[in-house]
Design a protein around this ligand. Structure first.
Ligand code: GLC
Ligand code: CA
Length: 509
């Protein structure tokens, strides 16, 4: 397990929306390079960059047409190499986004695979035996290719599923997990992983990591076995590299697959989801961090604690402010509520991820879909750097900008928030610095719940520290032996050992 993960605080960058260095309206790699200092100032020491590879962009770049080539709109492979080098010189690691389950239907492998004549790539994707035969319980496309056969989709219609084999094989055309063609796909994946690691990349966020083997068992053991094999390769050849999975099942991903980290995703009804974007509760939004949310932390803890306890020896659960697929926190939370959430995120075990713009409370915007984003597009708008044209994102004409930006008078802006000691930005910055300076708060540090009941402050211990969170509109008395002799060392709102104010967060040491 790479040591550096213990103190990692990641920053996710959606490359088309971060900073446009050549004024064509689209963010790019040189743009990221020129803003590395901003990442460092915030205190983040690792980046996850969403896919920046060649692509027709029918799914924001998750439809890769060349895994080994930077998309021209972002720059060149040399720019990416420069980004690795400059980031490393500043103490920042860089993760790329690995899409192992599917490619674009314009990837050269697929162009070969769909040919009638048998060739090296005929078995690279999942195909049925003939054009009139579908795939039970899975989406597929038939009638579009010279090759007779239906091909399986892994996501959108432009994203055919790569063939890693089937565990339960009920049809003749289903490859075994250890068949020649399934193993060839796995080797091709390893080759891609090595390609960027050899160039200086520090690891990958793995897209739909649970989607490799079809008809897998309920533990996803065949998919996990592939990742275990890849973990062995990393341990052996790249011991400082790490992987974080989009899986949201840490027992399967970390214990089974050997992932270093697994994302706790925005899945309706799971524990994470009840914290800040509680879509489902009858009678309105009862997100824990809302002041009117009725303060029920048990919905989080009942889901989180078994997962945390089962995996803490082997890896880290990664929680995020949001990501490129979810609504931003500002959609449902006030500025103060976002600060309390930031306090929580930066004092919990595991590895925290901040999505670009969430550190200033950028809003979820009502904009038209772009590049297969649909409702996700509202969280993908360009960063609001300053009060100049296009919020300093680009000097292009406004109609050329990748996506429209926040037109509200009070749209959050980084430069303004930097000057305000009480801003969300400065709260994030202070919390991240605080996390880095206390060993007890690191990813692997001890974590014990002291008080986790509905309607009461949430209190937990990290080593010598005790953290108290009270999102409610009224203050609460504290009488806890764990607080005896301690002092409040970080406070949002108001707190002492006998009382926590309304909407307050405090760390006692
Ligand atoms: C993941 C990505 C999402 C993408 C999908 C298909 O969920 O986060 O943006 O559309 O996979 O690759
Ligand atoms: Ca550009």
């Amino acid at each position: 397990m790479p040591e550096w993960l213990k103190d990692a605080v990641f920053y996710e960058i959606y490359p088309q929306s971060y900073y446009d260095s050549n004024n064509d309206g689209i963010g790019d790699l040189q743009g990221i390079i020129s803003k590395l200092d901003e990442v460092r100032k915030l205190g983040c020491n690792a980046l996850w960059i969403n896919p920046c590879f060649d692509s027709p962009f029918l799914d924001g770049g998750y439809d890769v047409s060349d895994y080994k080539k930077v998309a021209p709109r972002y720059g060149t492979n040399d720019d990416l190499k420069e980004l690795f080098e400059k980031a490393h010189a500043m103490g920042i690691r860089v993760f790329l986004d690995l899409v192992p389950g599917h490619t674009s239907d314009r990837h050269p492998w697929f162009l070969e695979s769909k040919k009638d004549e048998e060739n090296e790539y005929s078995g690279r994707y999942v195909w049925t035996g003939h054009a009139f035969e579908g795939i039970k319980d899975h989406p597929y496309i038939s009638g579009m290719t010279p090759r007779g056969g239906a091909y399986m989709l892994n996501f959108f219609a432009s994203q055919p599923a790569l063939n890693y084999g089937w565990l339960k094989r009920t049809e003749k055309w289903m490859s075994a997990v250890d068949s020649k063609e399934a193993l060839a796909t796995r080797e091709a994946l390893k080759d891609i992983i090595r390609f960027w690691l050899d160039m200086g990349c520090d690891g990958y966020r793995v897209d739909m990591a649970d989607s490799l083997v079809k008809n897998d068992d309920e533990n996803k053991s065949a998919t996990a076995a592939i990742w275990r094999d890849i973990r062995n390769m990393l341990d052996h050849d790249y011991p400082e590299a790490a992987l974080v999975s989009e899986w949201s099942n840490p027992v399967q991903a970390i214990n089974g697959g050997g992932f270093h980290m697994d994302f706790y995703l925005d899945h309706h009804g799971n524990g994470y989801n009840t914290l800040l974007r509680d879509y489902e509760t009858e009678g309105g939004d009862n997100s824990y961090f809302r002041k009117d949310g009725e303060g029920d932390i048990t919905r989080f803890l009942n889901d989180y604690l078994p997962k945390y306890n089962a995996t803490k020896e082997n890896g880290y659960i990664a929680m995020f402010t949001c990501n490129h697929d979810t609504p931003r926190p500002a959609r449902t939370l006030s500025d103060r509520e976002m600060k309390l959430f930031a306090g929580f995120l930066m004092t919990m075990p595991g590895v925290p991820f901040v999505y670009y713009g969430d550190e200033i409370g950028m809003r979820y915007l009502d904009v038209r879909t772009k590049e297969g984003g649909y409702h996700r597009t509202g969280s993908r708008t360009p960063m609001q750097w300053d009060t100049s044209a296009n919020y300093g994102f680009s000097k292009a004409e406004p109609e050329q900008i990748y996506l429209p930006q926040d037109s509200a008078e009070d749209a959050p802006v980084l430069s303004t928030q930097k000057a305000d000691p009480d801003s969300l930005y400065n709260t994030y910055k202070a919390l991240i610095a605080f996390r880095h300076s206390h060993r007890d708060l690191q990813a692997d540090g001890d974590f014990q719940v002291i008080l986790g009941e509905k309607g009461r402050p949430f209190v937990y211990q990290r080593g010598e520290m005790v953290i108290v969170i009270n999102p409610s509109q009224s203050g609460a008395a504290l009488s806890l032996e764990e607080l005896a002799g301690k002092k409040a060392v970080f406070v949002i709102g108001s707190a002492d050992t006998a009382h926590i104010g309304a909407q307050s967060f405090a760390v006692f040491l």
